[in-house]
Design a protein. Structure first.
Length: 129
């Protein structure tokens, strides 16, 4: 059974901090799965990342649209950091039926794959439109 790690030190113990992680919403466990090198390392409901890239695999999105069945094709990639080191940023969401990319919650701004510093704190699980 994978570890549930909701604080920075628990999360660091599960990964190599020098390599990026990918997080995606785990619909079965109602949390986020955190994978590194293609392997799920732990689950969490709270994580802070820097140098964030928003990834949507278009072939997977097209399969969702065609089959109307969810699959893992979108995730956020970055490096885990201590939440105390960063300010809380924007709220984003992704819905493959309405948008092709991750979107800003309060305005129609797409989040692309930024190489510059972006911070992300996942603090709650809720469905967004």
């Amino acid at each position: 059974m994978k570890t549930i790690a909701n604080n920075y030190l628990e999360q660091l113990a599960c990964i190599n901090p020098d390599k990026p992680v990918e997080i995606y919403r785990n619909l079965h466990k109602k949390c986020y799965s955190v994978r590194q090198n293609g392997v799920v390392r732990f689950y969490t409901t709270n994580i802070t990342l820097k140098k964030v890239k928003f990834v949507v695999r278009e072939k997977g999105r097209q399969k969702v649209l065609r089959e109307r069945q969810k699959n893992i094709h979108a995730f956020v990639k970055g490096f885990i950091v201590d939440r105390n080191d960063l300010e809380i940023g924007d709220t984003i969401y992704y819905n493959p039926y309405t948008y092709e990319k991750f979107m800003h919650r309060d305005s129609p701004i797409e989040f692309y794959n930024y190489e510059m510093l972006w911070n992300m704190v996942v603090t709650e699980m809720k469905e967004l439109p």
